[in-house]
Write a new protein. Structure first.
Length: 515
């Protein structure tokens, strides 16, 4: 009997003991700032001269650490290690593979506030956002371990007299995991262990802005008993190492989370057959969004305003699920807009190490510049209601920004900004609001705030997103509760934290025995 899955609770920071535990986590992280981390290839630690340096986005002088940088030669070495390890790992019992995940979950749970504090330092996550990221990583380990136990005997199929048929799942092979910086523990861990528990071996190439938390996670997996060569740690440049591994004849699948443009590049490259390749590579991709909260005239308007602010400005809007568009039915437009501006002006912007901070920095200088360019575009296209200012003197801070009276086809309403910017558009009625919500090339998350049951059902049918939320914000999917992934240019609708996610890392084999 597989134990039931329960998601990891969020920490209550109003309790003094939890507050002190987090402060202790920050002290622990500060004790190892600036250290060097090696590549891990076939269980061997390899140091290179060339390093990726990770900085604190809230204090850009502070070095979090330096990781050795892989080149093509080392990527090839890692690929061969993974190919070799796959021969034995694929034959390890699913129960044993799942036990490694359960042990890793226990280790991270024990060090929960240390990992969260590292996210605060390396990714600029305020306490609550960091705590949720760590909880989600634990959830992925627990959930995918249980999913593997429920899939290990395959699925029943029919047999006839004198015949016995079986339908089993077997692993694919070597996978390339290309993980993002915005959930540098949760998504990095989730995509990695889904592949591993399914019996595959992997090369992990984490985001270059957040490699230290990935290095720490690799250490946890080793401590949990993962054999050498199953998880190979190869941070490096996308152009040099990423392309090489995506193109490689021995790559069986690629699991990618990141921008639309990089995702499409991987989609195109992975579809080409290279000499010696005997399969079509599988691509599991989650590529971003342009997510809308629709507010009906029959709605709890305070809930609507709170949901927009939480969805737009949590983690500085740097979530693929962030609310970057608010489409409001005209009868209540001014009321909701004015309340959102009021609430936005109450938000605290500053160092995420301070518990009182709601919003910290954006991730780096290129993000800062890109978002500030969009702010200038927004001033031309709509009415700046609040925010619109940035300061990159110490860290990369941008005030939460609200634009009103935008055309549905304006750039602010169409392009993924990935920062603390939300645009408002007016709709004449609920049907038009849904049409506007659908008028992007993305289809990841969305939310509808209404008391009208008919309108909820209309949205359930017509609002084309992978994750649709009613009377709440459009961020904060929980593993096993709201499986996460979207349509159109948001990716392959691979539902992370869902019942069929592991199947994307396996292939079905039918065996039929005659008696």
């Amino acid at each position: 009997m597989v134990q039931p899955y329960k998601h990891e609770p969020f920490t209550d920071f109003t309790a003094e003991e939890n507050r002190q535990a987090y402060l202790q986590g920050l002290k622990t992280v500060e004790s190892y700032l600036g250290q060097d981390y090696d590549l891990v290839i076939g269980g061997e630690r390899i140091t290179t001269e060339d390093k990726i340096v990770s900085y604190n986005p809230a204090n850009k002088e502070e070095v979090i650490g330096r990781v050795s940088k892989a080149n093509q030669e080392l990527a090839e070495k890692a690929m061969q290690a993974a190919v070799e390890a796959f021969k034995t790992w694929k034959k390890v019992k699913p129960e044993v593979r799942a036990d490694v995940l359960f042990k890793a979950a226990t280790i991270i749970r024990r060090r929960k506030h240390e990992f969260s504090a590292l996210l605060t330092k390396e990714a600029g996550k305020p306490w609550k956002e960091a705590d949720a990221d760590t909880a989600e990583a634990i959830d992925f380990l627990e959930y995918y371990g249980r999913q593997m136990l429920s899939l290990k005997n395959g699925v029943p199929v029919n047999s006839r007299p004198n015949e016995f048929n079986r339908y089993d799942y077997i692993p694919l092979g070597v996978g390339i995991i290309i993980s993002p910086w915005n959930f540098p523990l949760a998504i990095m861990a989730g995509t990695t262990v889904a592949a591993i528990v399914s019996g595959n071996t992997v090369l992990l190439k984490p985001a270059s802005t957040t490699p230290i938390v990935a290095a720490k996670f690799v250490e946890v997996m080793e401590e949990a008993g993962l054999p050498k060569g199953v998880l190979n740690f190869v941070p490096g440049s996308g152009a040099e190492v990423g392309d090489y591994l995506v193109d490689h004849k021995d790559t069986r699948f690629i699991s990618f989370t990141g921008s639309r443009d990089v995702g499409l590049r991987i989609f195109e490259r992975s579809s080409k057959i290279n000499p010696g390749q005997v399969w079509m590579k599988r691509l599991i991709a989650e590529m971003g969004g342009k997510d809308t909260i629709v507010v009906d005239s029959e709605a709890d308007l305070e809930l609507a305003a709170q949901s927009i602010v939480a969805g737009a400005f949590g983690f500085s809007g740097q979530k693929c699920s962030a609310c970057s568009r608010a489409v409001i039915v005209e009868d209540v437009y001014d009321t909701v807009l004015n309340r959102v501006v009021e609430l936005t002006n109450q938000l605290s912007l500053g160092n995420p190490e301070d518990q009182a901070t709601f919003m910290g920095p954006v991730i780096d200088n290129s993000a800062f510049k890109k978002i500030m360019e969009y702010v200038e575009i927004g001033k031309q296209e709509g009415k700046l209601m609040t925010g619109g200012e940035g300061d990159s003197s110490k860290g990369y801070f941008i005030k939460p920004t609200v634009f009103a009276d935008l055309a549905p086809d304006s750039r602010i309403m169409q392009e993924e900004i990935f920062g603390p910017v939300v645009g408002f558009t007016k709709a004449k009625d609920f049907t038009e609001a849904i049409e506007i919500a659908n008028n992007t090339e993305y289809g990841l998350t969305g939310a509808v705030i209404t008391k009208n049951r008919d309108h909820l059902e209309q949205a359930r049918e017509d609002f084309h997103v992978g994750n649709l939320y009613f009377n709440r914000s459009c961020t904060g999917a929980i593993v096993g509760y709201q499986p996460f992934g979207g349509f159109n240019m948001s990716g392959t609708d691979s539902k992370a934290g869902g019942p069929d996610y592991l199947l994307l890392h396996m292939q079905a084999k039918t065996t039929s025995e005659m008696y």
